[in-house]
Design a protein around this ligand. Structure first.
Ligand SMILES: *[C@@H]1O[C@H](CO)[C@@H](O)[C@H](O)[C@H]1NC(C)=O
Ligand SMILES: *[C@@H]1O[C@H](CO)[C@@H](O)[C@H](O)[C@H]1NC(C)=O
Length: 302
């Protein structure tokens, strides 16, 4: 009886007075929720006002490739199949979020009997992913005064990882001038790319370095690696070069002296001490005894 009376009242209202009230209106508790990977998350879609008794409820996932159904004809489908349920009236509950769930989701409610028969809200879901152990590269030994670059990369984390570097277990500040310990160091640190660059390493820069990748979901570190700084012994190098130069000079001078003394000329003489048979050109190469030199002679002249 009461139900019939209510229905009558509703009919009365809809036909006579409050057209504007008869509208489907949606609301959410959280328009941009987030969760960690493999956790559950609720995409709340609350119906604030409706008069249709059996509205059509749909959820779409909107990615760069366009929208796709995740709830359609009262069934979870697509990406979320077996991983989500609907909680009355229209809230979507993801039970085991994965990184690929990061997207916009649209809750759409169609209420055929309402004056304003359609409403939708968009919920922006972020599934955070912990960083994995970053790949770190630390040069084993660097000559004093030279530049050096340490790098740290990790690609799994979402949102994108930020990087910190540690030297001998102590965090390296972004700006060396802010710390007494690192004041004279020449490095620059890029927290977005994970690069730690020394313009000119000092003895004091030697140590054990490791890097940490972190985001809102957590952090991961690589194992510490040793960087040594060695002196280029300038005096040693100069002495070495000098010795080489002296040795080379001695050899050259020796060879020249040997030539002058005629050590090589005897061999040469045996090789050249013959008369080239006269050919068409009529030119002879004759070695003259007195000068020890070559001279052209025309055989016609003789
Ligand atoms: C969640 O999904 C991952 C794979 O996507 C699976 O390894 C894990 O066991 C699932 N966790 C639960 C609680 O179902
Ligand atoms: C930095 O260098 C200056 C000048 O060379 C020196 O006086 C100072 O002690 C150094 N500071 C540190 C912390 O090594």
């Amino acid at each position: 009886m009461a139900q019939t009376r209510l229905a009558c009242l509703l009919t009365l209202l809809s036909t006579h007075c409050c057209f504007s009230v008869l509208a489907v209106v949606l609301r959410t508790n959280d328009g941009s929720p987030w969760t960690d990977e493999f956790d559950k998350i609720e995409l709340s879609c609350l119906i604030e006002s409706i008069s249709t008794t059996n509205p059509r409820i749909e959820w779409k996932k909107i990615t760069s490739e366009g929208p796709s159904y995740v709830y359609f004809e009262k069934k979870i489908s697509g990406d979320l199949e077996n991983r989500a349920v609907i909680r009355e009236p229209a809230t979507l509950l993801i039970t085991n979020a994965t990184r690929s769930d990061t997207a916009k989701y649209r809750c759409e409610v169609t209420a055929a009997d309402d004056q304003k028969s359609f409403d939708e809200i968009v919920i922006d879901l972020v599934v955070r992913v912990k960083p994995v152990v970053p790949k770190c590269s630390v040069p084993k030994s660097v000559p004093f005064g030279k530049s050096a670059e340490l790098s740290c990369v990790e690609d799994e984390g979402f949102p994108k990882s930020q990087y910190q570097w540690f030297k001998n277990r102590e965090e390296i500040p972004d700006d060396p001038k802010t710390s007494l310990k690192f004041f004279n160091s020449s490095y620059t640190l890029n927290a977005d790319t994970g690069t730690l660059k020394f313009i000119a390493v000092r003895k004091e820069d030697a140590g054990e370095y490791f890097c940490r990748a972190k985001n809102d979901a957590g952090y991961a570190e690589c194992t510490a690696q040793k960087m040594e700084v060695y002196d280029i012994d300038l005096l040693g190098i100069i002495l070495g070069v000098l010795v080489v130069v002296i040795v080379l000079t001695c050899i050259t001078v020796g060879i020249c002296c040997a030539y002058k003394q005629g050590y090589f000329s005897s061999q040469k003489q045996t090789g050249n001490n013959y008369k080239v048979p006269a050919k068409g050109d009529g030119v002879d190469y004759v070695r003259t005894e007195d000068e020890g030199d070559f001279r052209h002679k025309s055989s016609f002249v003789i």
